[in-house]
Write a protein that binds this ligand. Structure first.
Ligand SMILES: *Cc1c(COP(=O)(O)O)cnc(C)c1O
Ligand code: SF4
Length: 361
């Protein structure tokens, strides 16, 4: 299916999605962080600042940088074993198969390294090196394929990847993190599903979505096709101001996931990616919201609210963060304690965001 993609600021201006008066400053934004918005997703935008528009339309706010923000906010670089392969935890690795996505989220934690101007799919030499590492490291039980968006890669390449993984008996689980089932559902073809399953291993897809309005009938069907074919589905959501920062929005989203056979897995605190402070909540605001879901919603609907500790220290449940004066402190999974800067919290000096809290359906 040919889905027109808005990739230039002038496309967004002519579609009436951004103000002509902002075009110059938005061109500066787009020069730093790629823009791509398929027309099928753009059609879901009712107002530019609604929960869909906020996720995908560039804003002048993206030029504002805070001192704690970093081009590598979760410290992938510190644990890169070979090109494209991040080995942070003993039993699992991330394989960054591609650096492109069909749609670019304005809050992307890898926004400094993904995009239209990047390399795209890992080349053969890099894949050979990654597979040599995987073959050598028998402690690796799970391979998490990410990017960019790995399901934007052709079924032919995905099938080739699956066949190579089939040759590694110690790898039991194959997990793909993707927005494609929801935002580019026509790509979830029988051919693609067969490619994901070709290794014969247990396959999980972690479906990224942040607002219930992303779940079009086509998106629901695509998730159903995956589930019907025996692909296990879990969810991934980023907590975002003006998108899903209300009990109502989070409840509707988590319930919809469960109705679609997608088990809520992670709710991510906004990473300290450059130019994303207008999206972040303070840790305290996030904790209050997530606490309100307990009891109100079925246990099936409860995600784990996690924060990636900067510097590559791994994820920690937000509930484990402790206040130390104005700052926060948390132990990573190895038991090492770290400070966490949250200048949006009380006592912080970051500009307060004027966007009203709570998103409308
Ligand atoms: C997030 C992440 C994983 C996956 O962590 P889970 O808690 O198993 O979902 C694995 N490796 C790296 C480098 C990660 O950042
Ligand atoms: S799909 Fe993921 S990697 Fe791609 S822009 Fe969105 S958050 Fe970033």
């Amino acid at each position: 299916m040919s889905d027109k993609v808005f990739a230039r600021i002038e496309d967004l201006v002519s579609a009436g999605l951004v103000e002509a008066g902002d075009a110059a400053v938005l061109a500066e934004v787009a020069a730093r962080y790629s823009v791509a918005l398929p027309e099928t997703v753009a059609r879901l935008i009712v107002r530019p600042d609604d929960p869909i528009g906020r996720q995908f339309l560039p804003r002048p706010d993206e030029l504002r940088l805070l001192p704690e923000e970093d081009v590598d906010p979760i410290g992938d670089g510190a644990h890169q074993a070979v090109k494209g392969l991040i080995h942070r935890y003993p039993d699992r690795v991330l394989l960054k198969l591609t650096s492109v996505c069909p749609v670019y989220c304005r809050f992307c934690f890898r926004r400094a390294s993904v995009g239209a101007g990047t390399e795209g799919v890992l080349d053969d030499a890099a894949l050979d090196a990654a597979f040599a590492y995987l073959a050598e490291h028998k402690e690796i039980w799970e391979v998490i394929v990410t990017g960019g968006d790995p399901l934007a890669v052709s079924p032919r390449r995905l099938a080739a990847l699956s066949r190579r993984l089939a040759a590694l008996p110690h790898v039991k689980i194959l997990r793909f993190h993707s927005r494609v089932p929801v935002l580019a559902p026509t790509r979830i073809t029988p051919e693609l599903i067969a490619a994901l399953k070709e290794s014969g291993k247990t396959v999980y897809v972690a479906v990224h979505a942040n607002h219930v309005r992303e779940f079009t009938p086509e998106a629901r069907d695509a998730c159903a096709r995956l589930a019907d074919q025996g692909v296990a589905l879990v969810s991934q959501t980023v907590l975002l101001r003006g998108v899903n920062d209300s009990v109502e929005a989070l409840s509707a989203l988590m319930r919809a996931f469960v109705e679609m056979r997608v088990k809520p897995y992670y709710l991510h605190h906004g990473d300290l990616a450059p130019g994303t402070s207008h999206f972040r909540l303070s840790l305290e605001e996030g904790q209050t919201l997530v606490r309100a879901l307990l009891g109100r919603l079925s246990g099936l609907c409860q995600p784990i609210y996690v924060v990636d500790i900067p510097g590559g220290r791994g994820k920690a449940p937000a509930a484990y963060f402790e206040r130390v004066g104005r700052a926060w402190s948390v132990e990573d999974w190895r038991g090492i304690r770290h400070d966490y800067a949250d200048s949006l919290g009380h006592g912080g000096d970051a500009p307060k965001n004027p966007t009203p809290q709570g998103s409308q359906l």
